[in-house]
Design a protein around this ligand. Structure first.
Ligand code: PMP
Length: 407
């Protein structure tokens, strides 16, 4: 029995389902390993010792490559002094200053651990500021795993979601209609910077939609909240809608903020500083200094090396290579999303039969990507790494062609 198989067998006895949540390999495609033992740069090794070019980056957190020296050095230096103390370290102030300097919409920062903490906290700030309850949210958007936002209704009650009114991404009229339905009770509009729902081709935000949401929030006296948890620190270090000229009142950050260390943040505009201060929103580990030191080193490094541009270069090379391979093997594919956060789907593959088979073949060729969730690149992906990945994807396309010979 492989190490992965025996770990699964043991886990099944002591962990519900053996594994749960977004890293549960049983929900990807057959053959995906569950357990990983090591990461280095843009490579990961599973419990059976197989090496992969990592095109998932741990679902987003790893943005500079696994075990990046500057981040590890900063974390180690802080760890030598202490991590979880009776109060935050000076590094909290340094990190907040760095973020306020870098992010034009940020006048202040509140820290927590996970993206869900940040989206939830942002809504609390908006509700504290407005004294209202309703939040407008795009249908199908993922904002985390708390009862108000988890995609599965298991363990939640109707009242957990009673204050949400849905609109359709990129459809301003639907957001206006949702606002009308909510009357004078809208506390916030929460939106991701592009549409990145699982199982679907990704969609950039229509600039008119983004500007329209800003105007709608202003008209309602509600907060515009950008959920930059997935896209933040990969596309634009200033915030993912800054290039559209749309500034949020509040932004939720996490994933790539500390290259894999556990930290999240809400940044906000001055007008919301007072309401933010009134919240009782905290956690035993929210002020640990090691992840803050890692975040500071990560953000400084991303700034100094222009991380988003490096990821754009790697992502463009990957996208061009995949497009040529798909065409050569006679497949029509859609490659969607920013190149730093890419995804590929096959035309006419509603059952995901092709996506599942192709991703399994990629896995067998040492390329770790995902059949129905977007992928993530890091600044550690060199041209040679992308070329190595493309070698694997090409072999996978060839096997897919053999299996779907008539298509
Ligand atoms: N918002 C978005 C857009 C996300 O992609 C995620 C995580 N996939 C979250 C919120 C929740 O983050 P976390 O899993 O760290 O709670």
């Amino acid at each position: 029995m492989s190490d992965d198989a025996s770990l699964r067998e043991r886990a099944a006895k002591v962990v519900p389902g053996g594994m749960y949540g977004h890293l549960n390999a049983a929900i990807f495609a057959p053959g995906y390993p569950q357990f990983f033992v090591r990461g280095d740069g843009c490579r990961q090794w599973d419990a059976d010792g197989r090496e992969y070019v990592d095109l998932m980056c741990s679902w987003g957190p790893v943005v500079l490559g696994h075990r990046h020296p500057a981040v590890e050095a900063a974390a180690a230096a802080q760890r030598a002094d202490g991590d979880c103390l009776n109060g935050p370290g000076p590094v909290m102030v340094e990190l907040a200053e760095l973020m306020v300097d870098m992010i034009p919409s940020a006048d202040w920062v509140m820290f927590s651990k996970n993206g869900t903490d940040a989206t939830t906290q942002a809504l609390m700030v908006a509700r504290a500021a407005t004294g209202r309850a309703t939040v407008l949210v795009a249908h199908g958007a993922y904002h985390g795993a708390d009862p108000w936002c988890t995609p599965s209704p298991a363990g939640t009650t109707a009242s957990d979601r009673a204050d949400l009114v849905e609109f359709t991404y990129n459809d301003l009229a639907s957001a206006e209609a949702a606002a009308a339905q909510a009357g004078d009770d809208v506390a916030a509009i929460i939106v991701t910077p592009f549409k990145h729902d699982s199982f679907e081709d990704q969609e950039p935000a229509d600039p008119a939609f983004a500007r329209g949401l800003r105007a709608l929030a202003d008209r309602l006296g509600a907060a515009l909240v950008i959920d930059d948890v997935r896209a933040g620190f990969r596309l634009d270090l200033r915030g993912s809608w800054e290039s559209l000229g749309v500034r949020p009142d509040l932004t939720a950050w996490s994933k790539a903020m500390a290259n894999g260390y556990a930290i999240a943040a809400v940044t906000g505009a001055d007008a919301l500083r007072g309401p933010a201060q009134t919240l009782y929103s905290t956690g035993s580990f929210w002020f640990s200094a090691v992840p803050m030191a890692a975040a500071k080193a990560t953000i400084e490094t991303l700034r100094d090396i222009d991380g988003p541009a490096l990821m754009e270069r790697a992502g463009t090379r990957l996208r061009d290579g995949l497009a040529a391979q798909a065409a050569a093997h006679g497949f029509t594919v859609a490659q969607t999303g920013p190149v730093q956060i890419p995804w590929l789907s096959f035309a006419g593959d509603a059952t995901l039969e092709k996506a599942m088979y192709w991703s399994e073949q990629c896995l067998a060729e040492g390329v770790y990507l995902h059949p129905w969730h977007n992928w993530f690149l890091s600044a550690a992906h060199t041209d040679a790494d992308i070329d190595r990945a493309l070698q694997g994807t090409d072999a996978a396309f060839a096997r897919l062609r053999a299996k779907f010979a008539g298509d």
